[in-house]
Design a protein around this ligand. Structure first.
Ligand SMILES: [Zn+2]
Length: 274
């Protein structure tokens, strides 16, 4: 029974500041929090294994996407490292997986009380919508899993993140490792408590996988992106198929969720160059 894990770092217990998760200009705290990050993912793997997950693939989906302390993993997992991956946080997911976990996830840009909330690239993306639904990273990524018929089973992060996912996908189980106090504060579990809670939650979520269903976007799928800056919309509007719908907003419509997601990835990467 195959399990796909997409993991991020902002939703790890104790994380409340960019310095704790910034691999590019490493602060001493980064080395500490990448360990907690690895340990939370490992806790999810242990829990899922207790409920029958055999083949586990873990996609490091934070920042440069090579944050794990690799040697801490058991030998029988596969790890997807590196940026830039065309499918980013859901690279190499396919229909062979029985379900997916999002570990250490965070809220959308604009969410109230989301610790370090953003949607992919905060310097580019002010808001993203699919078929009118405001998207977090979890929404977008779950829609790609849904294309493959893979249900999201489990999410961990702060309360805003977990409850936000459950509003859009009520079948998803969650573990809240911290209560957010705005963007840069949290009342958090200890690492040991968070890891124990995740192991238990992951086990229950994988055991209950039959209750979950894929998150499928009904075609035609409409992607609307509002940018941080006008010049980003100027760039993206030039991609064939994109329509300008506002001074800072574009629209792209397609029946195929993979095409929509590729367009979104192209949008935020091109927007970074504007
Ligand atoms: Zn991240």
């Amino acid at each position: 029974m195959k399990l796909y894990i997409s993991s991020d770092m902002e939703g790890v217990a104790g994380v409340t500041a960019w310095q704790q998760v910034d691999a590019r200009t490493p602060h001493p705290e980064y080395q500490i929090y990448r360990r907690y990050y690895t340990q939370e993912v490992n806790a999810a793997v242990r829990g899922a294994r207790r409920s029958g997950a055999s083949d586990v693939t873990i996609n490091d989906s934070h920042g440069p996407m090579r944050n794990f302390l690799f040697e801490e993993f058991p030998q029988d997992v596969r790890v997807i490292f590196g940026n830039r991956k065309p499918y980013s946080m859901v690279q190499d997911c396919d229909a062979s997986y029985a379900g997916a976990f999002f570990v250490g996830y965070h809220g959308a840009i604009g969410d109230a009380d989301a610790v370090l909330g953003h949607t992919y690239t905060p310097s580019v993306i002010y808001e993203a919508r699919l078929n009118g639904i405001v998207c977090s990273e979890a929404t977008l990524n779950a829609a790609v899993l849904g294309y493959y018929g893979v249900p999201l089973l489990y999410v961990t992060g702060d309360r805003t993140t977990v409850e936000g996912v459950q509003r859009q996908m009520p079948w998803v189980r969650g573990t809240i490792v911290k209560e957010s106090i705005g963007v840069f504060g949290a009342n958090t579990m200890s690492p040991a408590a968070a890891q124990a809670a995740i192991e238990k939650g992951a086990s229950e979520a994988f055991a209950a996988r039959a209750e979950a269903r894929p998150f499928v976007m009904e075609p035609p799928i409409e992607l609307e992106v509002t940018f941080a800056k006008v010049e980003q919309a100027d760039f993206v509007e030039m991609i064939p198929g994109f329509e300008r719908i506002g001074t800072r907003a574009v629209r792209f419509v397609n029946d195929d969720m993979l095409t929509i997601f590729k367009a979104f990835v192209a949008v935020f990467r091109l927007g970074m160059q504007a």
